[in-house]
Design a protein around this ligand. Structure first.
Ligand code: 3AT
Ligand code: MN
Ligand code: MN
Length: 606
């Protein structure tokens, strides 16, 4: 039997599984079930029904668009159809009970994005069962324009692309988006929309045994989440990057069980000679269907700065991990080391798989000092946008901290904590904006979800993030010319210093003016109640051994200046503060039941 060889090198081993490995694999499957990573068959069936319905609605949408375009062309209208594709965890087959369905609507060339936003939302409400569609939120101006909604309680992310090479889409269920030619005539935005599906499809095509890959990826995703090293925006690998790493290991051990893949994953990734990129196939440089830049460290200085490059397989290939910095890389390496020694013991039956999925100790035993970035706003909607912007920049603060001579490691936690506060009067508002938790309100609990990352609200937030991600990517994507030209373009410290001083001066005068007004004009008889929405991001700080003092004012000022100079910042609504927190001062809600807050050390008497 001839075997398809997948990957840029031959496999390491094509050995069949041993009895022990099979037993270990059964145990892994049982543990992943016990951990609740699978949903019930009836829930999965519901997803399929929803997708069928979306396909019907999509066909109808394209017909209406055709009618608008050429009302008399009965042939065009008769054969008009669209196609629904999926990407993300649903397409990969690693979704859990709370996962959304990431969905792409593909339409023929004459259908416009404007029609998508004008027609699709109404059609959804018209054609879906009454009451099935809730929380409908079209986001037109996002980096990737998107319509978000819940269909029968399932979150749907719906994006759109019309294909310039087709006046009619083929009526062939096997038709897919693999052909590079489909990108012809598309701009950056459309290429990004198509590539979600093209990348996931390619990953699945490039693994020898999809079912083995899926189970192993479920294990790695759960492990990475439990260790708080899963989040693209915070400088860790995201879902697509973890998927590509697991896929690469599957290529190297084409006959292995998922359990052995997990074991090999830790060993191989621990020893990987970064910055050698992880590739699932050779990068295509010759295609000329788009002008979108392909990852190329020989050509682009910015691409040479990637510490752990993991490259997407579909043309135009990109680095999925350009966000990983010095500290997050060392945290990932440490977790890989721990994982490698654990799986070694698990594979020989000395320990259970459960131990691999133990929760991180970021707050319980991770650090003595933390910095917290507090973003706040006066309304929930404003806070969604503002905290999304702040979150997308936290890793820039982390980079600055990494340069500080007294700091050995700056580790950002992978999620933010959302809170609502009820304040009486401006003094309390001020305290909360600076990080006080004295006026927390339970009443508004359903308005926030603790750690960011669930619900429609944070999804909309993500769109803002995404936008900023590529802004950054674009400014980095300057082709390099000479060897001495390799400096990262961008921040001139002197300019930032000047800008900060200017800002502080302005802020101070503004504040003085404002205060004076309030005092003179309308001192309220009873102090007004304000709701303040905050999001905290925590950064664990490890000092170097002989650290003397820790003056972070420069780093903090630069970071604040960076954010407050953004167009989205509104001084009347938004606020940003950065606070030191000792481990024993951490708020209760960062701990789960059963976790113990670190105790305050007893002062030694001299
Ligand atoms: P879930 O099971 O849904 O939690 P997932 O991997 O499907 O896991 P998402 O639905 O958040 O995760 O994302 C699906 C894909 O959408 C992954 C990526 O190609 C794209 N994507 C999502 N968020 C971002 C982002 N902030 N920046 C760039 N791409 C993103
Ligand atoms: Mn998803
Ligand atoms: Mn999604």
């Amino acid at each position: 039997m001839s075997e398809r060889v997948l990957g840029v090198t031959p496999p390491i081993s094509t050995a069949l599984p041993t009895e022990n490995e099979k037993r270990s694999n059964d145990a892994l499957f049982k543990e992943l079930k016990a951990q609740g990573t699978f949903e019930s068959p009836s829930e999965t069936q519901k997803r399929e029904i929803v997708l069928k319905s979306l396909q019907k609605i999509t066909d109808q949408f394209v017909k209406r668009a055709a009618q608008q375009k050429e009302p008399k062309n009965t042939m065009l209208i008769r054969d008009a159809r669209g196609r629904v594709f999926t990407y993300g965890s649903y397409r990969l087959g690693v979704y859990g009970p709370g996962s959304d369905i990431d969905t792409l609507v593909v339409a023929p060339k004459y259908v416009t994005e404007e029609q998508y936003f004008d027609i699709f939302p109404d059609l959804l409400k018209e054609m879906a069962p009454p009451g099935a569609i809730t929380d409908l939120t079209p986001v037109r101006d996002a980096f990737v324009p998107i319509i978000k909604f819940e269909y029968d309680g399932i979150s749907i992310d719906l994006i759109f692309c019309s294909i310039q090479t087709h006046r009619q889409l083929p009526d062939d269920p096997e038709w897919n988006l693999q052909d590079n030619g489909l990108l012809r005539g598309l701009g950056d935005k459309e290429v990004r929309s198509l590539n979600g599906t093209r990348v996931t499809d390619e990953i699945l095509n490039l693994v020898p045994e999809p079912a083995t890959f899926r189970l192993a990826l479920r294990a790695i995703k759960l492990w990475a989440q439990r260790k708080a090293i899963y989040a693209n925006v915070m400088g860790y690998p995201g879902g697509v990057a973890w998927a590509m790493l697991v896929a690469r290991v599957c290529q190297l051990y084409p006959k292995a069980t998922s359990a052995l893949i997990v074991d090999k994953f830790f060993n191989i990734m621990l020893k990987w000679p970064w910055p050698l990129p992880v590739l699932l196939k050779d990068i295509e440089y010759n295609s000329s269907v788009t002008r979108v830049a392909v990852w190329n460290p020989k050509l682009y200085a910015s691409d040479r700065n990637h510490r752990m490059p993991i490259i997407t397989p579909a043309y135009p290939s990109m680095c999925a991990t350009h966000n990983i910095g010095k500290s997050s890389m060392s945290v990932i390496q440490q977790e890989l080391r721990n994982g490698a020694s654990l799986t070694h013991e698990i594979m020989v039956g000395r320990r259970p798989w459960k131990d691999l999925f133990a929760k991180h100790t970021f707050f319980t035993a991770g650090f003595k000092y933390y910095l917290t970035v507090v973003s706040s706003s006066r309304t929930k909607e404003a806070q969604n946008i503002w905290s999304g912007l702040v979150e997308s920049k936290v890793r820039h603060l982390v980079t600055k901290l990494e340069f500080h001579p007294s700091i050995a490691l700056a580790r950002p936690f992978n999620k933010g904590f959302d809170r609502v506060h009820l304040c009486r009067g401006d003094a309390q508002v001020d305290e909360v904006q600076r990080g006080s938790l004295a006026y927390l309100t339970k009443e508004a609990d359903d308005e926030v979800n603790g750690a960011v990352g669930h619900g429609l609200k944070s999804e909309v937030k993500q769109e803002v993030k995404t936008e900023l991600e590529t802004e950054k990517k674009r400014e980095n994507g300057v082709p390099f010319v000479k060897a001495e030209d390799t400096e990262i373009p961008g921040i001139d410290p002197a300019k930032i210093e000047a800008a900060t001083n200017e800002m502080i001066k302005n802020e101070t005068t503004k504040m003085e003016d404002g205060d004076a007004k309030v005092k003179l004009e309308d001192v309220p008889a009873k102090e007004t109640e304000y709701k303040i929405y905050t999001t905290n991001h925590y950064i664990g700080i490890q000092l170097v051994e002989k650290a003397k003092s820790l003056d972070l004012s420069r780093e903090v000022n630069e970071f604040t200046a960076l954010l407050e100079s953004n167009d989205l910042y509104d001084a009347h609504v938004n606020c940003l503060a950065i606070q030191h927190v000792k481990s024993w001062e951490l708020p209760d809600d960062v701990f789960e039941p059963g976790e113990v807050k670190p105790a305050r050390p007893i002062k030694k008497k001299r």
